[in-house]
Design a protein around this ligand. Structure first.
Ligand code: NAD
Length: 487
């Protein structure tokens, strides 16, 4: 084992497990257990907020709002920059915490810390670039002025698969814009966000500007917050089903919403693709985060002229991966998040093989401790198979073939989702024309990863509304007010 039990205990002991409301830590009568998915053992018990605690957190965010909005942009930016510096200095602790509660290999957890911290740096720089406009009305006389102002108190609900980055991608722009926030991380992985709350306080974020609540009753705690007129925005990352329910609840207050929801990414390999690049890209797009990413390649759509070779090479690479606890040396595939996730993958693989798919590698669970599933490649997958319709959220690569560009694009777009698509070709004209035709918010050309703090991340169709990151990211937290001035 590469990480000692002393070091694990020390990192876990450093996390405050209460509710962080108005700058104070609050304990609760009940607690929620946080498990290590590689062993099923309990790592920690965190506070279990009631609906009343949730409303207290909203009250704290509301109270802190005016002073934070009035804080100089440079000061807001410098606090975020300080948070970036602290996060970078403590990267190892955060990475270990994430590996423990989520299961991803340590090398990937380090990658998430770097990626997640970058949103703090990016938005520390954006805080001082919030600008309006001034113009003369077309008929003359009146002058038109626009000002950008913080939306107000925001509620952020985040998933378990990227415990840090899905939070910083929201908290960074919200704080830069002058908004306050209450954050509810997923029950499975609250420790990273709790540790981050302490770091933000240390960086100088004033009391009440960021509040964190953990709860076993996500729906019962969230609904009163969403229906409360003090809240001005909901920003959610998670499944499409929950996102739809939260949009409905948001209708009552006509809340601003940002929704980063599920995906069903096509990974299209054309006959002229550089297969080395395509296989490297596939490894990243499929196996990053053990396949538990909204951006994970979910459907491999490969030109019939290269499908056999692509499948064989991908199977060789995936079959050679080392499965194990994320804290152990050289492990490249950790466990899935829980038993339910394993059962879902098993069900999807059984459905595909029942419809005639063949297994090139994998296809089974591993061991009887923790929630492991083998990296798996399936060929001859029927496009009506369940796994072509739903997120697999596991290390399974299903391959089907196409013969013309039109057919490839039609297959790629044949889904209710529209988050990201990947395409591999050496022909620039084909890359651009296909990218234009793909119904997604993002396209990776000859690359298997699109996440970049400087780019607008987000989807269309059932994958959501709004963009996180890039120059667009801060707009989600700003209102435009127009002032007409008669001269
Ligand atoms: P989930 O929808 O089950 O949970 C997300 C969050 O919502 C968690 O904090 C959870 O506790 C909370 N929640 C669940 N039910 C709720 C309810 N009824 N009311 C209020 N809150 C509720 O999703 P998950 O399993 O944690 O995450 C995986 C999903 O997230 C996948 O669908 C994945 O594609 C998606 N995701 C999307 C993006 C993106 O940027 N588009 C990024 C990461 C994950």
């Amino acid at each position: 084992m590469s990480v000692s039990t002393e070091r694990i205990s020390q990192v876990l002991a450093g996390v405050n497990t209460g509710l962080f409301i108005g700058g104070s830590w609050r304990s609760t009568p009940n607690t929620v257990a946080v498990e290590d998915p590689s062993t099923g053992e309990v790592l920690a018990e965190v506070a279990d907020a009631t609906p009343a605690d949730g409303l207290d957190a909203l009250a704290a965010a509301t109270e802190a709002g005016p002073a934070w909005a009035a804080t100089d942009p440079r000061v807001r930016g410098e606090i975020l920059r300080k948070a970036f510096d602290l996060m970078t200095a403590r990267a190892e602790d955060f990475a270990l915490l994430m590996t423990l509660e989520m299961g991803k290999p340590l090398a990937e957890a380090r990658g998430e810390v770097a990626y997640g911290a970058e949103f703090l740096r990016w938005f520390s720089e954006e805080a001082v670039r919030i600008t309006g406009t001034y113009s003369v009305a077309p008929a003359g006389g009146t002058r038109l002025l626009t000002m950008r102002q913080p939306v107000g108190p925001c509620y952020a609900v985040t998933p378990w698969n990227f415990p840090l980055a899905m939070g910083t991608r929201k908290i960074g722009p919200a704080l830069a814009a002058g908004c306050t926030m209450l954050v509810k991380p997923a029950n499975q992985t609250p420790l990273t966000m709790l540790a981050f709350a302490s770091l933000l306080a240390e960086a100088g974020v004033p009391d009440g500007v960021v509040n964190v609540i953990t709860t076993s009753q996500s729906a019962a705690v969230s609904e009163p917050i969403i229906r409360d007129p003090r809240l001005r925005k909901l920003t959610f990352t998670g499944s499409t089903g929950v996102g739809r329910a939260l949009i409905e609840q948001s209708a009552q207050q006509v809340l601003r919403v940002s929704m980063e929801l599920g995906g069903n990414a096509p990974f299209v390999v054309f006959g002229d693709a550089d297969l080395d690049r395509a296989v490297n890209g596939a490894m990243l797009a499929k196996m990053r985060n053990i396949g538990e990413a909204c951006t994970a390649a979910n459907r491999f759509i490969v030109h019939e002229s290269v499908a056999k070779e692509f499948g064989a090479r991908l199977a060789e690479r995936m079959g050679a991966m080392k499965i194990g606890r994320g804290i152990d040396d050289d492990v490249t595939v950790g466990p899935l998040i829980d038993a339910k996730a394993v059962a879902k993958v098993q069900e999807l693989v059984a459905d595909a093989t029942d419809r005639g798919a063949k297994v090139l590698t994998g296809g089974n669970t591993v061991g009887d401790r923790g929630y492991f599933y083998q990296p798996t490649v399936l060929v001859d997958v029927d496009t009506q198979a369940q796994m072509f319709r739903e997120e697999i959220f596991g290390p399974v690569a299903p391959i089907t073939t196409f013969s013309s560009d039109d057919e490839g694009v039609t297959l790629a777009n044949d889904t209710e989702y529209g988050l990201v698509a990947y395409l591999f070709t050496e022909n620039l004209t084909r890359a651009l024309t296909v990218a234009e035709r793909l119904e997604t918010g993002m396209v990776g050309v000859n690359q298997g990863i699109v996440s970049n703090p400087a780019a607008p991340f987000g989807g269309i169709k059932a994958s959501g509304v709004g963009r996180e990151g890039g120059a667009e990211g801060i707009n989600e937290y700003l209102e435009t007010k127009y002032v007409g001035i008669a001269l």
